[in-house]
Design a binder for this molecule. Structure first.
Ligand SMILES: [Zn+2]
Length: 255
C-alpha cells in the first residue's frame, strides 16, 4: 500500500515538472525580449576600459539610435546566432517586428522634426554603436490575453551612468501619452539584453551610449493593440517626448 502511494506521488511530481517545463518554454517563446544569456550580464574579470576616462562626446547634433526589435534577426552575425530564430511575439495578424517597425518610423519623424539625427537599426547593430540615446523597441506577449501594459529597463551594467534617467523620463511620457498601465515585471531578458553587452559582443552599444529597452505593450492584449498596432503614432509620441526630455536634461536639445 505504501509502495503504491510512493509510486503515485512520484508520478504526480514527474507530471508536474514536465507540464511546468513545457509551459515555461511556450511562454518564453512568445514573450517580447529575446531570452537572455547569463553570460551577457556577467562582466569578465579583466573588465577595464582606461581609454574611457578621456572619452569625449563627438561634436554634432543630438543623435538617437532606434532599434526595431527582431527586425532581420535571420541576418545576425555568428556571435549572435542564437537569436536567428527569435522572432518575438505576435498578435492581431502581425509579427512583432512589423509592429516595432511602424512605431520606430513614427518616432523617427518626430525626432527629425526637432533636429535630431536618427538611425533606424535592425537586430544587428553596428560595432560599438555610439549615440546619445539608444532605445530598443519591442512588443510583449503572454499566454494570458488579459495581461496588459508597457515597461522600460536600463542595462544591468550601465557605464554611461545615464540610462536610469532616460528610462524614468521615457516611462513618464509614455504613460501620459498612451494611458497604458505600467507593468512592473521587468525581466532579466530586458536588463541583460544582448545589445547592451559591449564587453561580450562586437555588435553592441558603445559603453557611453545611454541605452534602454522598451516593451511598448502586449501584442496579445486586444486593448494594448488599439494603441501599438492601430495607433503607432501615439506610442511614438510617448517615446519621442521621453527621449527629447532626456536630451534637454543633458543640455543637448532646446525645447
Ligand atoms: Zn521583442
Amino acid at each position: 500500500m505504501k509502495k503504491s502511494l510512493f509510486i503515485l506521488t512520484s508520478l504526480f511530481i514527474v507530471i508536474l515538472i514536465v507540464t511546468n517545463i513545457s509551459f515555461f518554454k511556450t511562454s518564453h517563446q512568445i514573450s517580447g525580449a529575446p531570452p537572455y544569456d547569463p553570460l551577457d550580464e556577467q562582466l569578465p574579470n579583466n573588465f577595464d576600459y582606461p581609454w574611457l576616462e578621456n572619452w569625449e562626446r563627438p561634436d554634432g547634433p543630438p543623435k538617437v539610435g532606434l532599434q526595431v526589435g527582431h527586425w532581420k534577426s535571420e541576418e545576425v552575425p555568428d556571435e549572435l546566432r542564437r537569436l536567428r530564430n527569435n522572432t518575438g511575439s505576435s498578435g492581431g495578424g502581425k509579427s512583432e517586428w512589423e509592429v516595432n517597425y511602424e512605431i520606430v518610423e513614427e518616432t523617427k519623424k518626430i525626432l527629425e522634426e526637432n533636429g535630431i539625427v536618427v538611425d533606424v537599426l535592425p537586430a544587428t547593430i553596428p560595432p560599438k554603436y555610439w549615440a546619445d540615446v539608444f532605445v530598443s523597441i519591442h512588443a510583449d506577449g503572454s499566454l494570458d490575453p488579459s495581461k496588459s501594459g508597457f515597461k522600460a529597463a536600463a542595462p544591468r551594467r550601465d557605464m554611461s551612468g545615464k540610462a536610469n534617467s532616460l528610462v524614468e523620463k521615457m516611462e513618464m511620457t509614455y504613460q501620459e501619452t498612451t494611458s497604458l498601465p505600467k507593468d512592473p515585471n521587468v525581466s532579466r531578458n530586458m536588463r541583460g539584453y544582448y545589445a547592451f553587452s559591449y564587453w561580450r559582443y562586437e555588435h553592441a552599444v558603445h559603453p557611453m551610449t545611454a541605452s534602454a529597452i522598451l516593451e511598448t505593450g502586449f501584442l496579445t492584449s486586444a486593448s494594448d493593440r488599439k494603441i501599438i498596432v492601430d495607433n503607432p503614432q501615439i506610442s511614438a509620441k510617448g517615446i519621442a517626448e521621453g527621449i527629447m526630455t532626456y536630451l534637454e536634461s543633458e543640455g543637448l536639445l532646446e525645447l
